[in-house]
Design a protein around this ligand. Sequence first.
Ligand SMILES: Nc1nc2c(c(=O)[nH]1)N=C([C@H](O)[C@H](O)COP(=O)(O)OP(=O)(O)OP(=O)(O)O)CN2
Ligand SMILES: [Zn+2]
Length: 141
Amino acid sequence: MIQQFYPQVPHSYRYELNKDMHLAAAHFIPDERAGQCQEMHGHTYFINLTIAGDSLDELGFLVNFKRLKEIVHKRYDHTLLNDHAEYEAVAPTTERVAEQIWKAVQQELVTLPNKPNCLQVVVRETPTSYVVYRPKAEELQ
Ligand SMILES: Nc1nc2c(c(=O)[nH]1)N=C([C@H](O)[C@H](O)COP(=O)(O)OP(=O)(O)OP(=O)(O)O)CN2
Ligand SMILES: [Zn+2]
């Protein structure tokens, strides 16, 4: 079980859902300024998604927890992040990973009739390092 305190996102939506997950992935930062991180190495990434909205679907879900896991975990678990198309031009830093996860999740949410939004993505790369990604208001539906 994943237990961690996360930063809160201020909002006025009626419902807020949080989904934790973790996945194993390798990466490297192809720049000599990255030091040791230039070498391929692995992490267990811990991810938290915050989804919010004012309406639920016919099942009473903001969005199915299982679908959120599929979008992120299925795509990245046991992969080399650098191999993914989204990291062809930019390195898979924790910041970029959080941003790409937000894009993938929000892309799904805009297809839902109840129109939830992903307000925050937290990606923990190591026990001492994590990133919080929050979209701009104009990127939300
Ligand atoms: N802003 C960023 N800085 C660093 C990133 C990153 O994605 N964004 N990534 C790395 C490395 O990939 C590394 O895996 C993580 O670095 P770090 O947290 O320094 O890892 P340590 O376990 O060595 O941390 P300690 O707190 O010193 O034990 C580097 N920087
Ligand atoms: Zn790393």
